[in-house]
Design a binder for this molecule. Structure first.
Ligand code: HEC
Ligand code: HEC
Length: 263
């Protein structure tokens, strides 16, 4: 009987929302690095992500109805909960300068990083006290370039363009990936920041991810057997070069030839 009760209690704990959070720390964490992060959090992040990093879902006072949250249910909120996002997401959003967001309604963009390395580590340690994945260590050397290209074309190029130069989609601007480090590529794929989809281990294994990282690194300095790459933007600029450089050059040549023949 007692075993059944204990089991029922354990199940109830799992089901009651928030009950599973009962073990997460409240107030200052004991570990010194995380405690320093807690203070930085109070200064730079609390206003949007709320006390105890639980998120703020009240309407902003200047509500435009479009406070971007990572999940649709958070639209209209201020900042999403950081419970379970882990060191992985904190490291990505801080080292890209995406966070702290300057004001609500903006798509997070790469910006000069506000914090020192030590401060980032402290904030990451604090966010990590709420659980979630660790910072990944991709191994691009173990991946395959051709597999990476195929996977990137299939899963990423629709938004980031096949040579990772960035593009346009409804509701957001996929950035170019020229500044993304191997670690940031691996992090972004597992997070799915903003309108980007999140890819689970099942959708893309760690080894496939290694291949994608290797391909993204290749796009940083692609070989160009065809000569001038024209920013790798595709056929439109190539066509423009024909119109604005090749055709005028041919016309001038015709004129010069014509003048020589009529002499
Ligand atoms: C002006 C409000 C604002 C401030 C200040 C701010 N954030 Fe955010 N944060 C947001 C919003 C909005 C999002 C959702 C962005 C998105 O959809 O990509 C977010 C997303 C995040 C995420 C990703 C969460 C996830 O679900 O993966 C992390 C991690 C994060 N913020 C950390 C921080 C930290 C650490 C600070 C302080 C240094 C900070 N933020 C300051 C508004 C803010
Ligand atoms: C639906 C469109 C979409 C798809 C598909 C997509 N992304 Fe993204 N990606 C985005 C957007 C939008 C951002 C910017 C996120 C933000 O501002 O918070 C982004 C950001 C990134 C970043 C951070 C770049 C930086 O320097 O700021 C990386 C790296 C990245 N994506 C890699 C990938 C990879 C690899 C894939 C395929 C496995 C992929 N993305 C698929 C839209 C997409």
């Amino acid at each position: 009987m007692r075993a059944v009760l204990t089991l029922a209690f354990a199940v109830a704990l799992l089901l009651v929302p928030g009950a599973a959070d009962a073990g997460t720390p409240h107030g200052t964490p004991k570990e010194p690095l995380a405690a320093y992060g807690y203070h930085l959090y109070g200064q730079y992040c609390l206003a949007c992500h709320g006390g105890n990093a639980a998120g703020r879902y009240d309407e902003p006072s200047n509500a435009t109805g479009e406070g971007p949250g990572r999940e649709q249910g958070q639209q209209g909120g201020i900042g999403p909960s950081l419970h379970g996002v882990g060191a992985l997401a904190a490291d990505f959003y801080l080292r890209t300068g995406y966070m702290p967001l300057r004001h609500l309604g903006l798509q997070p963009r790469r910006r000069p990083v506000l914090f020192s390395d030590h401060q980032i580590k402290a904030l990451v340690a604090y966010v990590a006290t709420f659980g979630g994945p660790a910072i990944p260590t991709p191994k691009p050397a173990l991946g395959s370039l051709s597999q990476g290209q195929a996977l990137f074309t299939e899963h990423c190029a629709g938004c980031h363009q096949v040579l990772a130069q960035g593009g346009y989609v409804k509701g957001g601007l996929p950035p170019d990936l020229m500044q993304a480090t191997a670690r940031q590529v691996a992090e972004a794929v597992r997070i799915g920041p903003y309108v980007m989809p999140r890819f689970s281990q099942r959708a893309l294994s760690d080894r496939q991810l290694d291949s994608i990282v290797r391909y993204v690194q290749f796009t940083h300095a692609p070989t160009r057997p065809g000569g001038w790459g024209l920013g790798y933007l595709g056929p439109v600029p190539e066509g423009l070069v024909t119109w604005f450089l090749a055709i005028p050059a041919l016309l001038v040549l015709c004129l010069l030839l014509g003048r020589r023949l009529s002499r």
